[in-house]
Design a binder for this molecule. Structure first.
Ligand code: OKP
Ligand code: ZN
Length: 334
């Protein structure tokens, strides 16, 4: 299996995130990719597909913001990482401002996703890794792995959040459509709901978004991922959410996965994108499922039975020491 990663993805290293009322060390660390890379052996660098595949998903004004935010932060006399402290209340009129603090609010959903001097490059190359894994599958490989870091599934068309800046899975799904796939399914098995991916494809019937995740009534990202969210317009029924309770172990997890896989089969896609997070792991420091290292191959085995050309895109997983083994276990089951 080809495994794609660019060393420039490692330069992004935000210092702090707002967590439960205080600033704590950021959980989405470069060591995550290092641990995965060590477990997988050699990875290959992505090809540069340019900006067009990114702006096919993301608002160009948001992309400009991402590229310029840290410079604007420094120009405003600040130091360290750029992070917002004010957000427009939902449905507030869209005032266009270029003050960095206003822009951070306009283009973010939380205070856990700082922008460093290296964030744009890292996010750009993570997206290129996803696009290069897609190339492998379009060229006939049954499966390829993009070691995306930073992750992507919380990022919307015009907002960052949840450690995510560019939505790697959505960018790959759109590129697959543009390369001729008629229907694309995105299966999100990160612990957290992929709100950005859901938002991006909410009104579209050509991309199915199906997710199993911690119940958003009690878990981040709270405002998305409830069982009654099913898409709208042409996208009605092309969003599927299965929230599960804290403590979910492999048996009920596989039962939920069976439901989701049946929906994917019924959708009859030409291509599968998997947003894979290993934060369903029992010892994950910020999540609450009870999946064991040996379970990941079984989860992947069930997914592999779809027998679809598949791009695996890395999302979360914060138990850094076990991350490589969990990812390697998952990929072995494919
Ligand atoms: C990113 B991914 C706030 C903690 C919430 C955000 C979690 C982002 C997870 N007290 N942190 O889906 O793994
Ligand atoms: Zn997650």
């Amino acid at each position: 299996m080809r495994m794609i990663f660019d060393p420039r993805q490692s330069a992004h290293a935000p210092a702090l995130e707002m967590h439960n009322g205080g600033w704590v060390a950021h959980a989405e660390v470069p060591g995550r990719a290092a641990n995965i890379g060590a477990a997988l052996g050699a990875t290959e660098a992505p090809a540069d597909h340019g900006l067009a595949s990114i702006t096919a998903i993301h608002d160009p004004a948001y992309v400009d913001f991402l590229r310029s935010a840290h410079r604007r932060w420094l120009e405003a006399g600040r130091e360290g990482d750029a992070v917002g402290y004010i957000w427009p209340v939902a449905r507030r009129r869209d005032v266009q401002l270029d003050r960095i603090d206003a822009m951070l609010g306009r283009y973010s959903m939380d205070a856990g996703t700082p922008i460093t001097a290296d964030t744009w490059d890292a996010a750009y190359w993570a997206a290129q890794s996803a696009l290069t894994a897609l190339d492998a599958v379009l060229a006939g490989d049954r499966v390829a792995f993009a070691l995306c870091r930073p992750p992507g599934h919380h990022a919307g068309a015009d907002y960052l959040g949840g450690y995510c800046y560019l939505n790697n899975a959505a960018i790959a799904a759109q590129a697959a459509r543009d390369a001729g796939a008629t229907r694309v399914a995105i299966l999100d098995v990160d612990y957290h709901h992929g709100n950005g991916t859901q938002d991006i494809f909410w009104n579209r019937g050509d991309v199915l978004f199906a997710s199993i995740h911690g119940d958003p009534r009690i878990d981040y990202p709270f405002y998305w991922g409830h069982a009654d969210e099913r898409g709208e317009g042409a996208g009605e029924g092309a969003t599927l959410n299965l929230p599960l309770p804290h403590g979910t172990a492999i048996a009920p997890y596989l039962a939920a996965l069976d439901q989701v896989l049946a929906a994917i089969r019924a959708f009859a896609p030409d291509m599968l994108i998997v947003s894979f997070g290993a934060d369903t792991y029992e010892a994950d420091p910020i999540s609450h499922f009870a999946i064991r290292t040996q379970d990941y191959a079984e989860i992947a085995g069930a997914i592999a039975k779809l027998a679809l050309p598949s791009v695996i895109v890395m999302e979360g997983g914060y138990a850094v020491d076990a991350l490589g083994a969990n990812v390697a276990g998952f990929l072995s089951g494919l």
